[in-house]
Design a protein around this ligand. Structure first.
Ligand code: AMP
Length: 410
């Protein structure tokens, strides 16, 4: 099935071609006709499935005459996602005269205010900064025809739902609403009841299963040897680019410092960094200027970072969903990827929750000739073969698996 068969406007199909897409992804195939019909839509799909185009293309097709205020409003949880979605809209709409703008916090108001006051058709925004602009009278939402709540569960996690509700109250009730969320917790269910009309649900893939192309491994270690193990892993694994996930901003800074001392080129991404630092970090990582990106979970969802060979969980995520989102950074678009988790005794409960959530036991692995201190975790299981990513590690084997789950085909 080609994009031309989906009922999209000619200049939008040309835009898609210019962006380089040739065939719609499964979520695009299912969501585009529904949005074109004017249905409200709940989309649930793994990250990297093409959900941005799934909502952007039909909405752009249906937009007609200009009005002053935005007719499309897309709410995003983070600045990075907002910027990414705006770029995607600009690409698809390059053969139209639609005005597309993004507003988010952490930068000055000047340019955003001028853009809003100058007139805008598609507005991509994070909730807090949008409310500021609304409070200052820089734009009104009474012309919104299409509303998209992207990464709704993330907005919930980040405490944005009250802001989202405030924004929704300023939009007309006669509108089309699409909501994208990896999970539908009760709070999102309530929002759906309140904000949507008879929505169609499009679910692609199983919600819980992490990217199938990813190879998982756990490296148990005593807590005082975590950083040593991280350095050793980076020394021995055959990686191209890696994201190291930490639980806290402070932890991320500390890990980055340790990695820099070990002569890695490192970028850091967390919410205490200024907007320009965050953009610079992401750009540098995408361009290959940095080969390690140290990040908190802010970077775990939705960010379009291609070709990450390894994700290393320096800290075990406390929510199983975050494990799935983190490892979604690798194994994108059918590329092979490795997800490595460093585990200490304090993490046992969270690791078991992750294993329950993804429905599989993750192989435990050791590095050979590493000066391990004893931890009770080593008694969990014995025997088995080394994890697959170890077997294809630079040189020969780097380690010894002492418990392995089912073998995977790569
Ligand atoms: P998204 O899930 O919207 O963040 O998209 C994930 C990645 O897939 C992005 O790099 C998109 O540019 C890419 N993508 C989305 N749709 C298609 C498509 N139909 N063909 C090829 N690449 C696509």
């Amino acid at each position: 099935m080609a994009f031309t068969k989906l009922g999209l406007a000619k200049q939008i199909v040309e835009g898609v071609r210019a962006v380089g897409y040739t065939e719609p992804t499964p979520i695009q195939l299912r969501a585009i006709p529904l949005i074109l019909e004017g249905r409200d839509l709940i989309g649930s799909a793994q990250t990297g499935t093409g959900k941005t185009a799934a909502f952007a293309l039909p909405i752009l097709t249906r937009l007609e005459r200009h009005t002053h205020g935005p007719r499309v409003l897309v709410l995003e949880p983070t600045r990075e996602l907002a910027a990414q979605v705006e770029t995607a809209f600009r690409g698809f709409a390059r053969f139209t005269d639609l005005r597309i703008t993004v507003v988010f916090g952490g930068v000055g108001y000047g340019a955003q205010t001028s853009a809003l006051r100058g007139g805008v058709d598609v507005l991509v925004a994070t909730p807090g900064r949008l409310l500021d602009h609304l409070g200052r009278g820089n734009c009104r939402l009474n012309g919104v025809q299409y509303l998209v709540l992207d990464e709704a569960d993330r907005m919930l996690d980040m405490g944005f739902l009250p802001d989202v509700r405030r924004i929704l109250k300023q939009c007309p009730t006669q509108r089309h609403t699409s909501l994208f969320s990896a999970t539908i917790p009760p709070e999102i269910e309530t929002l759906i009841q309140w904000a949507m009309k008879d929505p169609q649900v499009v679910q692609i893939g199983t919600r819980r299963s992490p990217a199938e192309t990813v190879c998982h491994a756990i490296y148990p270690v005593a807590s005082n040897q975590k950083s040593e193990l991280l350095i050793e892993l980076l020394r021995r694994l055959d990686w191209d680019s890696v994201i190291v996930f930490c639980r806290t901003k402070h932890g991320a800074d500390r890990a980055a410092h340790i990695l820099k001392n070990a002569r890695h080129s490192v970028a850091v991404l967390h919410s205490n960094r200024t907007q320009s630092e965050r953009e610079q970090a992401l750009r540098g990582f995408r361009d290959g200027r940095y080969d390690v990106l140290v990040a908190t979970d802010i970077a775990a969802r939705g960010l379009d970072i291609l070709s990450v060979s390894h994700v290393i969980n320096y800290d075990v995520p406390q929510h199983p969903e975050d494990y799935v989102h983190r490892i979604g950074r690798t194994g994108r678009a059918q590329a092979l990827g490795d997800a490595i988790t460093i585990m200490t005794a304090e993490d046992a409960m969270h690791v078991h929750a992750i294993e329950r959530f993804i429905g599989q036991r993750i192989p435990r692995t050791k590095i050979e000739n590493f000066n391990y201190q004893y931890t009770a975790l080593f008694d969990e299981g014995q025997g088995g073969r080394p994890a697959l990513h170890e077997r294809r590690a630079r040189g020969a084997r780097i380690g010894r698996g002492y418990f392995c789950g089912p073998s995977r085909r790569r």
